[in-house]
Design a protein around this ligand. Structure first.
Ligand code: REL
Ligand code: ZN
Length: 430
């Protein structure tokens, strides 16, 4: 159906962006089979690490006092400090209210009594909540973060129940392998892989490949992922540089052999304040020559890339124009705020059209899917209304089918295409 007016255009874009069923290509959510890995409910929402950091800006508690509290008392402390004693206007705090409201727990009705919300959550089972939240957030598939160095997670995979819920896909996460080789080597030996301390030994690289391949296949992983500090380097030809040796000698060959993209999340500075635990990580500017070096050398390797520093965003969008094997994704972590999503998405559309993945949620608590996706849909809609509006003004005939195709690409199609490209590029590797 043709679209002839700006108001008609606006209505179509709002409807389509609101209704599109999303593939969330990076989260820290888990299927029920992973039991305690799946975080959900009001208490988890409240002591999410984004809110922990905000809580400490106000509380008089010491770090030790807070960490010695049990989960329920932490949630109460955060609720009192950020929601009762002050207004929850930060992105992370207001998001909790959006999620509650969309789940039918309107603060207008439930007020400021935490126990009222708790009572409503207590009536739910995990499996019911997974279904209800996916429905409310209109998310069709979720990609987990699956760590073969986590012994509890390994047990789930080894028991064969890791793939029991088709709504959850796996991603093989290998931070420990690439960033802490001595500890990873120790772990690998424990898992039956004969690796030496010298990562560059050919027999060791062979075993690392076997490890990666075993896990990627067991998990049926959609991609292999690592998050890197901003100063990580790619030092082609330097046999003493462990990160490069492992990438060239094991990780990238396995990606190419199995037809899997390599996902790099670049620009995290871990544990700037260790007293904050999980909330203690920070962003840092990245040297994107690592990405350039890899993209240039491995033209058949599909790269899914996000960077954490605002300062690197424009550069990454431009670099993506230079390498068809780079697909930029998401507004990560401290960039997952209304103003940053707007800024980043606008110039990404301008520089990359529909050839990028505007958002992933990075949720750690199930219900966050609702608020994180709602904001992103709305902002993308605002931007598209403006961009398509220009086309309309210039006489370009637009149909609902055009818009539906593009919206689908943004909410999952482009990601699936990257997966297909990677499969097509598969090469016979030793
Ligand atoms: O996957 C990652 O490395 C990060 O997204 C996480 O470490 C981070 O804590 C996450 O909660 C951010 O949104
Ligand atoms: Zn993450």
């Amino acid at each position: 159906q043709g679209i002839s007016s700006q108001s008609g255009l606006e209505a179509v874009i709002r409807r389509m962006t609101t209704e599109a069923r999303v593939i969330d290509m990076h989260t820290h959510l888990y299927a029920e089979a992973f039991s305690e890995h799946l975080l959900w409910g009001i208490d988890e929402l409240l002591h999410y690490h984004y809110l922990t950091a905000e809580f400490f800006r106000h509380t008089d508690l010491t770090y030790d006092e807070y960490w010695s509290l049990d989960s329920a008392s932490r949630a109460e402390a955060v609720w009192q400090t950020l929601f009762v004693d002050r207004s929850p206007i930060s992105e992370a705090a207001s998001g909790v209210l959006t999620a509650l409201n969309r789940l039918g727990l309107s603060p207008a009705q439930y007020g400021r009594d935490l126990n009222a919300y708790r009572a409503a959550f207590a009536a739910k089972s995990a499996s019911q909540q997974v279904s209800d939240v996916l429905e409310a957030a209109k998310v069709q598939r979720i990609v987990m973060t699956n760590d073969p160095f986590d012994s509890k997670e390994r047990t789930v995979w080894q028991s064969g129940s890791g793939k029991s819920d088709p709504r959850f896909d796996a991603a093989l996460r290998i931070d420990k392998l690439l960033l802490d080789w001595p500890a990873a080597a120790h772990d690998l030996r424990g898992q039956g892989y004969a690796v030496e301390d010298d990562a560059s030994a050919p027999a060791t690289l062979q075993e690392v490949k076997r490890f990666l391949q075993d896990w990627a296949v067991r998990m049926d992983a959609l991609y292999i992922m690592v998050s890197l500090p901003g100063d990580a380097r790619y030092a082609a030809g330097d046999a003493s540089h462990t990160l490069t040796v492992l990438l060239d000698g094991a990780v990238i060959p396995v990606c190419l052999k199995l037809g899997l993209p390599l996902a790099l999340m670049i620009g995290v500075r871990r544990q700037v304040n260790p007293l904050l635990k999980l909330a203690g990580d920070m962003s840092m500017r990245s040297d994107l020559s690592l990405l350039e070096g890899i993209a240039k050398r491995y033209t058949n390797l599909e790269l899914l890339i996000t960077v954490l520093a605002r300062e690197n965003q424009h550069e990454l969008a431009v670099l993506s124009r230079k390498f068809r094997n780079i697909t930029l994704f998401g507004c990560w972590w401290f960039l997952h705020t209304e103003s940053m999503i707007r800024e980043l998405t606008e110039f990404r559309v301008e520089l990359l059209g529909t050839s990028f993945i505007p958002q992933h949620s990075d949720c750690r608590v199930l219900e966050q899917l609702i608020n994180k996706w709602e904001y992103s849909r709305g902002i993308l809609a605002d931007i598209l209304i403006h961009k398509y509006g220009r086309l309309l003004k210039d006489g370009w005939e637009l149909t609902e089918a055009d818009i539906s195709r593009d919206v689908e690409a943004y909410f999952g199609g482009t990601f699936l295409r990257v997966l297909e490209n990677a499969k097509r590029n598969r090469i016979a590797a030793p």
